[in-house]
Ligand binder design. Structure first.
Ligand SMILES: [Zn+2]
Length: 415
């Protein structure tokens, strides 16, 4: 296995690129080319147990088998010792948000012999000598729950929009944004346009812009486009993005179908989960990670997609009413589906756009768009497909309750 040594992480060689609750991502930026690292990002797991690499691989395979493997970037595991990982974290400390530093400051790695890490292509770099820019969009929840006993407010207001109130109260956002994931997933050009517009106005952590591997303020999208692509009005820029989103309608529909594997909502699922015996609870994560579950997942996801396309309301497919099944088996299956749905609610899309090159025409994995007589190519990838463990079930339930409480209080709803 390729290893990363102390020498490979000398200050400045790996720069901070992004971070979530589970991973930190570094981009390679050295003055001299390195055959294995140039053009790559290093994704380091913050999880303290060994195995996150296998889990990540499994989730990528699971999603790849449904969404299309060409959309999931490849990854190469690398050997990284705890002390080298701690050093990497030390160098990037000033770039990290305080909230993330408090959760995990990097010194935790010192106690570990090995840290889970992998190399992935840096999707924010334009590989061609052609100007390009990349947008990272975290779409979040594209559906509203429809299960009978779900709180009526959840059927009227979308989860993301309700969550904005709690985020504002907690101080994690400065103002309530106008972006609504239901618009992005709506398949209605006007609503998608609205979603894109709102994302550029108040991106929060749902939109990021990269030019040549460097992160820029999404508000500067216009100037960048003008310099790079010759598009002159805000409308033209948004139109180009709109066309890309319309082209990826089937993908968005598939992502939404996976999200909808959350069939009965955490509000109903948590009490069922809570009643499981400890040894039964332990089986849930293993069920998601078992190879044999992959075919079941595909079946569930296809059913969910079919329902969505036909706009049918889910009935009792959850199987709760099915007498012939052992209840704990049903709950286990509901929980496993829910965990996969959580991953789909938190993934990101990387969309890179550039003026088309001649050779792009023969690449069937690219999106081809024409705007004002200029041909553009776009590449889409699905990233941040993390394994979510059922150990967070209680936390998700509590967050859900908080979101509802704050929203109903703010909106003066008594239901
Ligand atoms: Zn909304």
């Amino acid at each position: 296995m390729l290893g990363i040594s102390e020498e490979d992480v000398y200050e400045g060689r790996w720069r901070y690129l992004a971070e979530g609750a589970l991973n930190v991502v570094f981009r390679y930026q050295a003055t001299t080319n390195h055959p294995a690292f140039t053009g790559k990002v290093l994704r380091v797991s913050k999880l303290k147990f060994q195995d996150s690499g296998r889990m990540m691989d499994h989730m990528r395979q699971l999603f790849g088998s449904f969404l299309g493997n060409h959309l999931i970037p490849s990854s190469i595991p690398v050997a990284l010792s705890g002390s080298v990982a701690a050093q990497l974290m030390h160098f990037i400390l000033p770039c990290r948000k305080e909230k993330r530093r408090k959760e995990f400051d990097g010194d935790e790695f010192k106690a570990l012999k090995q840290v889970e890490a992998c190399l992935m292509p840096n999707l924010t770099l334009d590989s061609q000598s052609n100007p390009a820019f990349t947008l990272e969009i975290k779409p979040k929840w594209g559906f509203m729950p429809s299960f009978d006993s779900v709180h009526p407010v959840k059927k009227r207001f979308c989860r993301y929009c309700m969550h904005q109130r709690l985020k504002l109260e907690e101080g994690s956002i400065e103002s309530i944004g106008g972006y609504c994931p239901l618009d992005l997933f709506s398949e209605d050009p006007e609503r998608i346009q609205q979603a894109l517009e709102e994302l550029t106005l108040n991106p929060q952590n749902n939109l990021r812009l990269f030019v040549g591997g460097i992160e820029k303020d999404p508000a500067s999208l216009m100037e960048i486009e003008e310099k790079l692509l010759g598009l002159r009005t805000r409308r033209q820029v948004l139109d180009l993005l709109l066309q890309v989103i319309i082209e990826i309608t089937p993908l968005l529909r598939q992502i939404k179908a996976i999200q909808m594997l959350d069939e009965i909502d955490i509000q109903n699922l948590f009490p069922l989960w809570n009643r499981l015996e400890p040894d039964e609870k332990e089986k849930i994560d293993a069920a998601v990670l078992s190879q044999s579950w992959k075919s079941q997942f595909l079946e569930y996801a296809r059913d969910s997609l079919k329902r969505e396309v036909l706009r049918e309301k889910p009935g009792n497919e959850s199987g709760i009413e099915s007498k012939s099944l052992d209840l704990s088996e049903v709950v286990l299956s509901l929980c496993a589906k829910f965990l996969v749905s959580v991953s789909a609610k938190d993934l990101s899309l990387m969309i890179t756009i550039w003026p088309a090159l001649d050779e792009d025409k023969i690449d069937s994995n690219l999106i081809h768009i024409s705007m004002n007589g200029i041909q553009f190519s776009a590449r889409v990838a699905v990233v941040d497909i993390d394994f979510k463990s059922s150990s967070k079930m209680k936390k998700w339930f509590e967050t859900d309750q908080e979101i509802m409480k704050t929203f109903c209080k703010d909106m003066d709803i008594h239901e």
